[in-house]
Design a protein around this ligand. Sequence first.
Ligand code: PCA
Length: 335
Amino acid sequence: MQWSSAPASASAKRPRSICTWPRLTWASAPAGAQTKWNLPSAYPIDNPHLENLTAFAKDVSDATGGKLQIQIHAGASLFKGPEIKRAVATGQAQAGEILISILENEDPIFGIDVVPFLATSFPDAMKLWKASKPLVEKKLAAQGIMVLFTVPWGPQGIYAKKDINTIEDMKGLKWRAYNVGTARIGEMVGAQAVTVQAAELPQALATGVVNAFMSSGATGYDSKVWETLTHFYDTRAWIPRNVTFVNKAAFDALDKPTQEAVLKAAATAEVRGWQLWESKTEWYHDEIAKKGMKVLKPSPALAAGFRKIGEQLTADWLKRAGAEGQAVVDAYRKM
Ligand code: PCA
């Protein structure tokens, strides 16, 4: 197999049987030829998501005798997080990994994992994925994208530079958001919300653009949060997920055994990824504590205040997602 970014005029001269996708063509090549895929991610190389993606690429290479090489690009080095889905849909990258909830603006179903308190444990987050998977797959398939696997982050807590005992204490914070839901929380608590991708978070903290945010222990650790902030409240409000996907035309251009190797390695990666995050969640909390962060349980007042915000956000989400979203939530609750 080979892929080339031939201009339209050049591809027009090629045989009609080759598969075309905007800006790219995939043509059958002699057996034994090597195919190279690029897989951009927005997260740092030592994050468990990247550890898992690197192992996935190795599994694929091993299983295909090196016929399919997947090059992982960490830290938003090839495309920024919000650009990756489009890059894969248009074939600028063959595969990619994104935080699925950054697509919530496009369709509420992509934000089901970040509805507060809907699924706060790893087994529940897996159930929620199973309930929503057919719809998520269908919506991405309509854009020429095939889902390979999904992997969670750690549960989300609040980082700050002072005691947060009640929701009122969050007023006026410079609140870093990473998707629609976290921006909305910032607005609801009277903070100044600004969207900052994880790759830019260390700088936003260092320069004082933000002084509070919600995320996992891992992203706090990756951002060396202890250099600027002091408190982490383990609210376990939701478990966001990343999804790794592939341009369907690129996948279809592979021979059958290579396709099977990709799917098998993807299934293995999903299991390994969930295990990694289950086992590392406490580790991250311990590590940020060792670096000097106060890792705290939310006070009953803060927890209650957050529940209320969660209820409002859940109601908003259900309204936007309509009957389709309600059906997924009903299916999840029956699991
Ligand atoms: N880390 C990513 C998304 C969720 C998480 O735990 C971030 O903060 O951008």
